[in-house]
Write a protein of this length. Structure first.
Length: 393
């Protein structure tokens, strides 16, 4: 019955099996979440691995954000599967030529890495909580400390070394994790809209800007909720990172489109018809003009004028929100757009987004919001902005 509901209207000549679009909005959410993870970890690494002190106020929040979103990265795929319990088969009996099987191990390794880095980072805080709390709460904090109350200078230096090592290892792990998603799409030769050698690079750079943009919004919002001043030096540093990577990303996206057109392979006429027709507003207006050009122009103006104070906070935050929207539209136009172009090269389909469905809009929004709720709980247990000796790491 689901397949009858999901039938896509089409024009021109299409294969019978193409009347059902298998990768729905949930598969749009999947690369979007992985991108947020990679970008958030990038900000954390700028401080913990490269020693950029201006990012210190947001470094811990960035790491917690990466973990909370990473936990929910597999959720869209599991919901998409008819039998999600069978996903464990890819780990138990892996097929090494399958990118999805490799992803299971890569994702598991990265989650473990994040947990370890967060543990070393918050270990002094957990020790103090275990010493101060009584009853069940104290016992839980004691278990979290693994029974060690050592806060000597030697122990803290040991923690710092582990944090640095894990941050360095995490840089290729985080970016490789999202580069794999672009590799997955770019390696599908049957889809002309996807088959590009630049696809992994585009996904990687768009991941960085989406994660940095999310962190800007979360950091500013957390400061407003706690009624403390936003660290303008940190915010301006994040704005520089967002601005630089955004300019590279828009160039790469333009090169990807130009590469597809220049090759002029079979089916290019239908791609041009699609881009100048149904995809005109989502691609050129929403993704390119509003989501990319406008925030880059805003950030360029703010940096050129040397803007500070509330104007800087407002401008950077609005630019970050626009970047988040741009990356979402990019994911949508890639995942859904690639399936709306028939493999025959002589037809177009139209994806019908439903609200109440196993793979509908409500489910997708719930998956996207769930990491934010987990992050809200995480910062209450492990506050990333507390002061004291433990904040030196």
């Amino acid at each position: 019955m689901d397949y009858i509901i999901e039938l896509a209207p089409y024009t021109g000549y299409v294969y019978p099996n193409e009347t059902v679009i298998p990768w729905t909005v949930l598969i749009v959410v999947y690369p979007y979440l992985t991108g947020l993870v990679a970008g958030a970890f990038t900000v954390s690494s700028l401080y913990h691995a490269f020693g950029m002190q201006r990012f210190r106020p947001a470094a811990r929040l960035a790491l917690l954000t990466a973990l909370c979103f990473m936990i929910f990265v597999p959720a869209p795929l599991l919901l998409h599967l008819g039998h999600p319990e069978r996903s464990f088969n890819t780990v138990i009996t892996p097929h090494w030529t399958s990118a999805i099987a490799v992803f299971g191990y890569a994702a598991g390794f990265y989650v473990l890495l994040l947990i370890l880095e967060i543990w070393f980072m918050f270990r002094p805080y957990m020790v103090r909580q275990a010493q101060q709390q009584r009853g069940l709460s104290g016992k839980l904090w004691y278990a979290a400390c693994l029974g060690s109350y050592d806060l000597s200078a030697k122990a803290l230096r040991y923690d710092e070394k582990w944090i640095f090592a894990l941050a360095v290892v995490g840089i290729p792990a985080a970016h490789g994790l999202h580069g794999y998603v672009g590799f997955l799409f770019g390696s599908l030769k049957s889809r002309e809209w996807w088959s590009s050698d630049l696809m992994p690079v585009v996904f990687l750079f768009s991941a960085v800007i989406s994660g940095v943009a999310l962190l800007i919004v979360l950091y500013v919002l957390s400061c407003k909720v706690r009624r403390i001043a936003v660290d303008l030096d940190c915010l301006k540093g994040l704005a520089y990172v967002l601005w630089g990577f955004a300019m590279v990303t828009i160039v790469l996206e333009g090169l990807t489109f130009a590469n597809v057109v220049y090759k002029g392979r079979e089916g290019i006429e239908m791609i041009i018809e699609y881009v100048t027709g149904p995809l005109l507003v989502p691609y050129f207006v929403l993704q390119f003009s509003i989501g990319a050009v406008l925030p880059i122009a805003m950030l360029s103006y703010l940096i050129w004028r040397g803007t500070t104070g509330r104007a800087l906070i407002a401008g950077v935050t609005v630019s970050a929100l626009l970047i988040l929207f741009q990356v979402w539209m990019m994911r949508w136009n890639v995942v859904i757009g690639g399936q709306e172009i028939a493999k025959t090269g002589r037809g177009l389909l139209s994806y019908q987004l439903m609200l109440l469905h196993r793979e509908g809009l409500l489910t997708a929004v719930s998956v996207a919001v769930a990491p934010l709720l987990l992050l809200w709980a995480a910062v209450r247990v492990l506050p990333p902005w507390h002061s004291g000796k433990e904040s030196m790491t």
